[in-house]
Design a protein around this ligand. Structure first.
Ligand code: 2AM
Length: 473
């Protein structure tokens, strides 16, 4: 049996595609799957004639690997990962490496690393983004874990990752940090993706409802937008989506799909974590909430009949209003990144990860779902000011926001007046306005808290904590 460079466990689509990607770069890969028929199907199918070794039990898998052994799990997130780790650890030897390439929650990765290291082994929890196609052709890879494990996998991981740059030679894969850092950064990637998707959905919604545009007209707008500052994978696929016709009905596919969104939890995890850390990420949370309210389809239908709204649609100059939507989308998208990076900053400190924020943005330039032109600007912003509190303070984004601001406000105001729900847009501008407000309204909150609960407050004119007897004259 040939000595394989790495073993992959889990032959669902992501696992299979990653194996084929590795093999195509010259690596020999051993594979295992809980259901052995899938190993046979793979070896006799897509893996035929390739340097891929099928195994039916874990001991054979482990026995086929070069030392230090590298075993990568591409199994369902959750207990499946723990079960595989339990079964693998007795079979592995000192310094061997277990890699979890699934979407695990970062605190699970932290616990697993501690357990695996207690057995004398090494652990990597890595984000792999780019969906099925990315896994096959080159994903964005965000590894974290036992630091000494990185040099052992660096060459392979960088070889299979997406590449960017003018010579197409900069890998979208770098070491992120210790323990759960890789999976955390992948979680933030997904959270930004939630906001990015919701903002695009809201842009489409405004075009449809306020401007009465057809799918083909919107396809053209998104194709045009993809040539400018909004250039990104999600804008590109949105343009493609509008062009697709349903074979059965001949209607535009987008008009056939029910407006009920699902989710797999990474947006929720980020929201929960931000609440735990006390970091505001309203647009990301709003993007998650928008999916939740979308799922209330029957209640929404009933409410639309029960509630009469006074909101009225006006008529707009289409060309001018499209620019207004464009600017609102761009400015709001910047807010999603501001929030994602503000959370990364606090998490880095809280979990002692020493994250390099600019480099993280570069990992997302290729392969992954949020890949976009403007990520370079995030890198530059952190290069210029590594301790930047918020991206909106960097010169590039400050200028961008100031040139978009007027249209941003008009888009949201007109949508609200017309009764078009734009939760992510609205939360983005509210974040912008809240963040730049000197004298806010929280003095009232403090007064109320002190009134009913003697929670005390601070004063603007002297230091210390104070309490007022509110009912005494
Ligand atoms: P299966 O083909 O035997 O179901 C995605 O679901 C992948 O995770 C599949 O390869 C699946 O294997 C694997 N998987 C799911 N639960 C598992 C478990 N408890 N142990 C091992 N592999 C599991």
């Amino acid at each position: 049996m040939p000595q394989a460079d790495i073993g992959i466990i889990g032959l669902a689509v992501m696992g299979e595609n990653l194996v084929l990607n590795m093999e195509s770069r010259g690596y020999t890969v051993a594979v295992y799957n809980r259901t052995p028929e899938k190993v046979d199907a793979f070896i006799q199918g897509r893996a035929q004639g390739k340097n891929i070794v099928g195994t039916k039990d874990l001991a054979t898998l482990v026995g086929s690997l070069k030392s230090p052994r590298k075993v990568m799990l591409m199994v369902k997130a959750g207990t499946a990962v723990d079960e595989m780790i339990e079964q693998l650890t007795p079979l592995l030897q000192k310094d061997d490496i277990i890699i979890d390439g699934g979407n695990s929650y970062f605190t699970d990765t932290m616990k697993r690393q501690t357990f695996v290291e207690s057995k004398g082994l090494r652990y990597i929890g890595t984000g792999v983004s780019g969906g099925e196609e990315g896994a096959l052709k080159g994903p964005s890879i965000m590894p974290g874990g036992t630091p000494s494990a990185w040099p052992e996998v660096k060459e392979l991981f960088q070889a299979i990752s997406a590449k960017v740059g003018s010579n197409n030679d900069i890998p979208c894969c770098e070491w992120v940090g210790p323990n759960g850092a890789g999976h955390y950064v992948k979680m933030i990637h997904n959270a930004i993706e939630y906001a990015d998707m919701q903002l695009i959905a809201e842009s489409y919604f405004v075009m449809r409802e306020l401007l009465g545009m057809t799918p083909q007209e919107m396809a053209d707008v998104f194709a045009e937008w993809n040539k400018g500052v909004l250039d990104s994978y999600l804008i590109e696929i949105t343009s493609h989506i509008f062009q697709k016709t349903d074979a059965e009905t001949g209607k535009a596919m987008i008009d056939i799909i029910l407006d009920k969104a699902g989710d797999k939890g990474t947006g929720k995890w980020t929201s929960q974590n931000s609440l735990n850390l006390g970091v505001p990420i309203p647009s990301i949370i709003e993007a998650v909430q928008a999916r939740y309210i979308s799922a209330y389809k029957s209640e929404r239908v009933a409410a639309s009949k029960a509630i009469t709204s006074s909101a009225q649609k006006k008529s707009y100059d289409r060309k001018a209003f499209l620019q207004i939507i464009h600017d609102a989308l761009y400015a709001s998208k910047i807010m999603a990144y501001c929030q994602g990076f503000a959370l990364l900053k606090v998490a880095s400190k809280e979990y002692d990860w020493n994250l390099r924020f600019g480099s993280l943005a570069l990992l997302w330039r290729g392969g992954c779902i949020i890949r976009a032109r403007f990520l370079e600007e995030i890198k530059k912003a952190f290069d210029e000011a590594p301790d930047l509190d918020n991206l909106m303070l960097s010169p590039y984004f400050k200028d961008a926001l100031s040139s978009m601001e007027a249209n941003w406000r008009i888009c949201i105001a007109e949508s609200v007046l017309a009764g078009i729900a734009v939760p992510c847009f609205a939360s983005a501008i509210t974040y912008f306005d809240s963040y730049r407000t000197v004298d806010g309204s929280a003095n009232m909150i403090q007064a109320q808290r002190d009134y009913f609960g003697a929670h005390t407050y601070e004063r603007i004119d002297k230091s210390g904590t104070f309490h007022t007897e509110w009912l005494s004259s």
